[in-house]
Design a protein around this ligand. Structure first.
Ligand code: ZN
Length: 261
């Protein structure tokens, strides 16, 4: 009886030591299941309606904005910024030809985007290193993709989608697409679009679905914490190198992908 208690005691001490080691490394707090809600092509006329719904549901978001749309709706751009949501770059005007043919143009696009945001937000501290290709990365040649990371930026696609720009997609169909494309993945980058009523109507159900599934809602970034989470995300993306730890994360994620059936 006494011996059994002793073994139990040693087991408990070991558990405690392992758990505190995890906390000290900052790994303990990282959630297992994460969803990033991303909204493209805004701001739009209905952006305040979308933001009100996100407020109501108490979820953070990431906005891949178009520079010229931001100029058309500066007030809404400030509203997104003041909510604390991530403002990322989706080019100035959704054109792809220039950067496809001449990757060097990306530098100009990024510079113009950040300058535009400084003027609109009146805040020079704003910056971003997050980019999404118009239409997604698959139609761009390797030199264009490489140029993004060479400039110290990251690019992101998605691994779940609302299909909210497709014709005949009502809120019910949008929710169904989210459920089907999420398909039990632990780390999800969901593609949605600003200005889409079907997505706005479906959002309460979408958020409830992820909450019921045990997901935490987060904003995209290239912080070390986010890199750890994104290393488990099967979406197409590329982050610039982040030293030895960043390389290690990349290797781990590639290994994990290879092991998946
Ligand atoms: Zn787009």
């Amino acid at each position: 009886m006494f011996k059994r208690m002793k073994i139990w005691l040693i087991f408990m001490v070991c558990c405690f030591l392992f758990s505190t080691a995890g906390i000290a490394e900052g790994k303990e707090q990282l959630p297992e299941k994460v969803v990033y809600l991303t909204f493209d092509d805004g701001p739009k006329k209905a952006t305040p309606e979308l933001l009100a719904i996100l407020d109501e549901l108490e979820v953070p978001a990431t906005f891949f904005l178009l520079g010229l749309q931001a100029r058309a709706f500066p007030e809404y751009t400030r509203m997104i910024f003041e909510r604390g949501d991530t403002i990322a770059c989706h080019t100035m005007d959704h054109s792809s030809g220039g950067i496809k043919d001449e990757p060097a143009q990306l530098e100009l696009v990024f510079r113009r985007f950040i300058k535009e945001m400084h003027e609109i937000l009146g805040d020079e501290s704003y910056t971003t290193d997050l980019f999404r290709f118009p239409g997604g990365s698959s139609s761009y040649p390797y030199p264009t993709k490489k140029k993004v990371t060479d400039l110290g930026w990251s690019w992101f696609d998605w691994n779940a989608m609302t299909r909210d720009t497709y014709e005949d997609m009502d809120a019910k169909a949008v929710f169904s697409s989210v459920r089907k494309t999420t398909n039990g993945r632990d780390v999800v980058i969901l593609l949605a679009h600003d200005g889409k009523k079907n997505t706005r109507l479906a959002l309460p159900e979408i958020v409830q679905y992820y909450r019921d599934g045990g997901y935490t809602f987060r904003r995209l970034s290239t912080s070390m914490e986010e890199r750890r989470i994104l290393a488990r995300c099967p979406a197409h993306m590329r982050l610039p190198d982040a030293g030895i730890e960043g390389e290690q994360l990349l290797l781990e994620s590639l290994k994990a992908r290879e092991q998946k059936p």
